[in-house]
Design a protein around this ligand. Structure first.
Ligand SMILES: [Zn+2]
Ligand SMILES: [Zn+2]
Length: 273
């Protein structure tokens, strides 16, 4: 049996198209034999609120004009509706918090004000020259390798300064946009940076996501996670369309198994060493 997909976006995320649908994503999960699915909608902010560190590091917190606030009430009602319609599927609620070390108060108010089953932590944007900019926008402004080092340094800040999330999503996000071609990105060139951030994550007992929208992590990378004390892995397709739910999970399972992680007692558990 496939592991549950712990990272799915629906019509409640601001960056999805008209075909996005929570109900159809549930149908897809059932069709491919998944035990569960977590709807982790984007939780992003266009401005810092009181108590957010962003004010001290960037004058412009908005890194993408499309960002819209999450309608938590509407989203949770949709989750409740799908739980009724699809009793055979374990449906988890959740959010993907962006840059939660910079928006600790704003994101914390939402996360602590509701019950979410899955809280993912992400770094899509980084402070650069007084603004928050999309991480991939750094390519061209500095050598490609330096972009990754810059990103990993900020990722370490996210891990060390925010305890709002349980699962670290797509830990090497800019690799998706590697200028020479994503397939030419070499994890081994950044082993030291990976080990540093993974070690910090493991030290807080949190979970590493294997993201199947990004180029797939290698067995070596998941072994580094294990080496530094990482004990749990989550699988996430980062689907923004129903047909992407569970995308490439068989491959991801092979990689994670080869690195020594196994399914838990229940099919919807994180995989552990
Ligand atoms: Zn993301
Ligand atoms: Zn996502």
């Amino acid at each position: 049996m496939l592991p549950p997909d712990n990272h799915v976006h629906t019509e409640w995320s601001y960056d999805t198209s008209a075909e996005a649908s929570m109900a159809r994503s549930c149908e897809q999960a059932l069709a491919i034999g998944m035990p569960g699915v977590a709807f982790t909608e984007h939780l992003e902010f266009t401005a810092g609120g009181e108590g957010d560190a962003i004010a001290g590091v960037a004058t412009d917190a908005r890194w993408w004009t499309r960002i819209k606030p999450l309608d938590v009430t509407g989203y949770l009602a949709s989750v409740a509706d799908c739980r009724e319609r699809f009793p055979g599927l374990r449906i988890l609620s959740g959010v993907e918090t962006g840059e939660s070390h910079l928006f600790a108060a704003s994101a914390g108010a939402v996360v602590h004000g509701h019950h979410f089953d899955r809280v993912l932590g992400s770094l899509h944007a980084v402070p650069y020259k007084g603004r928050l900019v999309a991480a991939d926008a750094l390519f061209g402004n500095m050598p490609d390798d330096d972009v990754m080092s810059y990103y990993f340094a900020e990722l370490l800040q996210l891990i060390e300064r925010s305890d709002l999330f349980e699962v670290l999503a797509h830990l090497d996000f800019p690799r998706r946009y590697w200028p020479k071609g994503a397939h030419l990105y070499r994890e081994e060139d950044f082993e030291e940076e990976y080990r540093t951030v993974l070690s910090a994550l493991a030290g807080t007992g949190r979970v590493l996501e294997v993201n199947t929208k990004s180029p797939l992590a290698s067995v070596d990378l998941i072994r580094w996670w294990r080496d530094v004390g990482g004990t749990a892995v989550s699988f996430g397709s980062d689907a923004h369309l129903p047909q992407r739910v569970g995308d490439r999970f068989k491959l991801a399972v092979d990689v994670v198994e080869a690195a020594g992680f196994r399914a838990g007692r229940y099919p919807y558990d994180f995989w552990r060493v």
